[in-house]
Design a binder for this molecule. Structure first.
Ligand code: FES
Length: 146
């Protein structure tokens, strides 16, 4: 059901924990499954220097958190804004359709953390909208497809 990469990221996830005095923190949850994801970013000179996460959730949620935090490190804010849940899922060699919503949580948590950073610094980030912290989507095969 899961790719080897998902299993690796789940069994030995990188970037678990929190960043003290993080520049941006984003928390999102899915109301249906109860999973919660929190992403911490350290940002300096418009570049994401470090990223960590705390996820209370399923294996796919943990794997996508770990992969996303790896993917954003060293990226500019604009580059990070282009990371989609599908890109995270692809980096994991795919997710089962019923688990795509878990990757949506990762994308949303990243955006919520960037939103927090922007709010704290009086910035506007192109394409960034206020976070929708609680997702109501169902665990269906087509969730996360749009
Ligand atoms: Fe809900 Fe994975 S985030 S089951």
């Amino acid at each position: 059901m899961y790719s080897q990469k998902v299993m690796e990221c789940f069994m030995n996830p990188k970037n678990v924990g929190e960043i003290e005095n993080a520049d941006g923190v984003g928390t999102v949850g899915n109301a249906k499954c109860g999973d919660i994801m929190k992403i911490y970013l350290q940002i300096e000179d418009n570049i994401i220097r470090d990223a960590k996460f705390k996820t209370f959730g399923c294996g796919a949620a943990i794997a996508t958190s770990a992969m996303l935090t790896e993917m954003v490190k060293g990226k500019t804010i604009d580059e990070a804004m282009k990371i989609t849940n599908k890109a995270v899922a692809e980096a994991l060699d795919g997710l089962p359709p019923v688990k795509m919503h878990c990757s949506c949580l990762a994308e949303e948590a990243l955006r919520a953390a960037l939103w927090d950073y922007a709010q704290k610094n009086g910035l506007t980030i192109d394409g960034l909208t206020p976070p929708d912290n609680i997702h109501e989507e169902e665990h269906t095969a087509d969730s996360g497809e749009n």
